[in-house]
Design a protein around this ligand. Structure first.
Ligand code: HMG
Length: 447
């Protein structure tokens, strides 16, 4: 067992190369007000894969850039775990395809590397980090690092209420000892229950009870927070600089944030200061029946979210984590990892020295499970964040018309036969290259 710090050494993000503008393109075609998306859900655009992109190309392109930038060779990697809920094979894991792609570009091979695929809706990316952390802490890694890749095409059926929250992209992360970016806490909290709110029973697009899924997200996150406090101790808002949460759409995090703030200010100096304006938080023991207590709690929360204390905390701690999500939509397994990058990137842009600051990271997957842990920003974090090229990628996306969006959606629908021309030209990246004799997908690198 090693007690060296373990965490995320480096991150790369790869976005799908197409963009659907929700206010300009989607809203008018759906007969909706643009504000429903930009203000209500907090989303401005979604990323989509071009016709030659899929979960393998996006994941391999993110991992390729990461290995290239860090000067890594296959021999430096002892494990490749892919988290996805868009897999196209029930047996052969996506990590084998990605390793195959990377072997086209690097000397040596990944024959020594343990590969797998993690499934638990959007929380699987965090679970893969967890597996890598445990593997390193157990000293089974022989000095090697782990590659964790969260990759999804988060598409919904046409006209599903979730259609506006779609997205596609991949996040590759290097988990290692003495990490450059963030160290992970050993302490974790879980909230996990058998729920039927979002699932894909042998089908490509999800069956979703959207309104219920929002309630389940909030309930499981609350459980995870309470469970974290059992091992990590009581959390105070001043204990952490950023709160990156799973972001299916920014409005979801807005709902969760006020509940989290209410919880972590309970019994603190902040609750006392707020009492002058909005009173103390209702306590269950002061009420005869549950309904009256819940009503009082809802009234308090409504007032809380308008207070300066809360608004300042939200702007400083939560809002910066949502910048990228607003432009790309839900990336399922990658979403919370995009939120972490988004928050750190905004600190870097503000010239803030974040070394030693803590992040309270809240991951979530439907079905349903939430996980909360703490991360501590490491000395070389700025070099890692400065190396990202996500702004350039977002800027270069092809802006789809609504008709083109419909075609692209069909092109990624396994049930539709569609031959749509690509919208962008591949340039220095892996692309889908057709089907093999056993139904496998084939890939090649385009210079
Ligand atoms: P909807 O029914 O189309 O939208 O879908 P709505 O009518 O509820 O409006 C959304 C918000 O916009 C509301 O705000 C409206 O008031 C507001 P709220 O009351 O909730 O605060 N609004 C406006 N605001 C300003 N100006 C306007 C305007 N019009 C409306 N003109 C729903 C919403 C979330 C149900 C839908 O998008 C959906 O089904 N999404 C997919 C499921 C989802 O994302 N669930 C989130 C929690 S579950 C999760 O995160 C897991 C997941 O990532 C999957 C996984 O784990 O694998 C999804």
């Amino acid at each position: 067992m090693t007690d060296t710090p373990v965490g995320i050494d480096a991150i790369e993000i790869h976005t799908g190369k197409l963009k659907l503008d929700l206010a300009e393109t989607f809203a008018p075609a759906m007969g909706d007000s643009p504000e429903k998306y930009t203000k209500g859900l907090g989303l401005h655009a979604s990323s989509f894969p071009d016709t030659y992109e899929d979960i393998v190309t996006m994941g391999a392109n993110a991992a390729h850039r990461l290995m290239d930038r860090k000067g890594l060779e296959p021999d430096d990697i002892g494990r490749i775990d892919v988290a996805t809920e868009s897999a196209f094979d029930h047996s052969k894991p996506v990590s084998t395809y990605i390793a195959g792609c990377l072997e086209q570009r690097f000397e040596g091979n990944f024959h020594h590397a343990n590969k797998g695929e993690r499934k638990f809706a959007c929380v699987a990316g965090t679970q893969s980090i967890d597996d890598a952390y445990n593997w390193i802490r157990a000293d089974r890694h022989r000095g090697r690092a782990a590659l964790v890749i969260a990759t999804d095409t988060a598409l919904y059926a046409r006209d599903d209420p979730g259609e506006s929250t779609q997205g596609a992209g991949a996040v590759a992360m290097l988990i290692d000892e003495d990490p450059n970016l963030v160290e992970l806490s050993t302490e974790q909290g879980y909230g996990s229950a058998d729920e039927t709110d979002f699932l894909k029973p042998q089908q490509q697009f999800p069956s979703v009870d959207g309104k219920r899924s929002v309630k389940v997200y909030l309930a499981r996150m609350r459980e995870a927070l309470v469970d974290y406090e059992r091992v990590g101790g009581t959390i105070h808002p001043d204990d952490f600089r950023l709160g990156p949460f799973h972001t299916p759409f920014p409005g979801m995090v807005r709902k969760a944030a006020v509940l989290a703030y209410r919880h972590i200010t309970r019994g603190t100096d902040i609750e006392d200061e707020l009492a002058e304006d909005i009173g103390k938080q209702p306590r269950r023991e002061a009420f005869d029946d549950e309904e009256a207590f819940m009503d009082a709690l809802a009234d308090y929360t409504d007032e809380l979210k308008e207070t300066d204390h809360y608004l300042e905390w939200y702007d400083r701690t939560i809002d910066p984590t949502l910048d990228i999500a607003r432009q790309v939509g839900n990336w399922y397994t990658g979403s919370v990892h995009v939120a972490r990058v988004s928050g750190l990137k905004s600190l870097a842009e503000a010239g803030e020295d974040a070394v030693g600051q803590n992040l309270l990271v809240g991951s979530y997957g439907s079905g349903a499970q939430a996980e909360i842990h703490v991360e501590t920003v490491q000395e070389n974090w700025l070099d890692e964040i400065d190396a990202l090229n996500i702004d350039e990628q977002l800027e270069n996306r092809y802006d789809l018309t609504f008709e083109e969006y419909e075609d692209v959606h069909d092109a990624h629908n396994y049930d539709e036969d569609s031959s749509v021309e690509e919208f962008t030209a591949p340039d220095g990246e892996f692309v889908f290259d057709g089907w093999g004799r056993m139904g496998e997908r084939k890939y090649r690198y385009v210079e």
